[in-house]
Design a protein around this ligand. Structure first.
Ligand SMILES: N[C@@H](CCC(=O)N[C@@H](CS)C(=O)NCC(=O)O)C(=O)O
Length: 217
């Protein structure tokens, strides 16, 4: 029987953003319904939105509680919150050491790999042809290859970053979807990263994050 209750969460998002995709996957892993609220990143933010996400960035997750709203911004914080909030979900940590492992990889993906990927894409697509850019791009590209090499070696001996599936894999999923956009990147050099990406994409939580849409190859 359909419930008349409003979903407990509202997700303020820019649908195509990898950080917002990661939160949708996490909500699905925790089997939580949510109301999506699309925010146009080009338009000025409302005061109400800025109270929930002080820098005006997306995603922001709001939990509606009897005592009031809880707002969380920054995707790693949202993922961590959901993992702790739903202790019987696929995201919950089995013990402190698996939590520490997952957080190490989560932070690397958020500030290291994710940041680098964004720079490579920006340099190659937006500033293509400008003086001085190719050298910078080459440096970023080499670092991306180095990081993918480390990930590949790590994943040769485990199915997921921290052993079992965790929030780190959740954030990785939409970041891996960006790799085909990187020019001159030979993904065949990273077979374990490719099988990991395929394992992540085959999860129902990923498919449910893109209703009525096709997955980009
Ligand atoms: N570190 C943030 C990054 C969020 C982010 O960069 N969001 C973009 C959408 S992809 C955004 O809100 N851009 C608009 C802006 O910065 O004003 C997170 O993980 O949540």
């Amino acid at each position: 029987m359909a419930s008349s209750k409003a979903p407990p969460f509202t997700l303020y998002e820019y649908r195509a953003s990898p950080f917002c995709v990661a939160v949708r996957i996490a909500l699905n892993e925790c089997e939580q319904n949510f109301t999506p609220r699309e925010v146009d990143p080009q338009k000025p933010r409302t005061a109400a939105f800025l109270r929930r996400s002080p820098f005006g960035r997306l995603p922001a997750l709001v939990e509606h509680r009897p005592s009031g709203e809880l707002s969380i911004f920054e995707s790693p914080s949202i993922l961590l919150f959901l993992a702790e909030r739903f202790e019987n979900s696929n995201l919950s940590f089995s013990d402190l050491s698996s939590k520490a492992q997952a957080l190490s990889w989560l932070n690397f993906l958020s500030s290291g790999f994710g940041e680098l990927l964004w720079r490579v894409l920006t340099e190659s697509h937006i500033y293509e042809g400008e003086d001085g850019r190719p050298k910078i791009l080459q440096t970023f590209h080499e670092e991306l290859e180095r990081q993918l090499g480390v990930l590949d070696k790590h994943l040769a001996r485990r199915a997921f970053l921290a052993g079992d599936y965790s929030v780190a894999d959740t954030l990785a999923t939409p970041l891996l979807d960006l790799l085909p956009k990187v020019k001159d990147l030979d993904m065949d050099a990273y077979p374990h990263v490719i099988s990991w990406r395929d394992r992540l994409r085959s999860r129902p939580s990923y498919k449910a994050a893109w209703p009525q849409e096709k997955t980009e190859k």
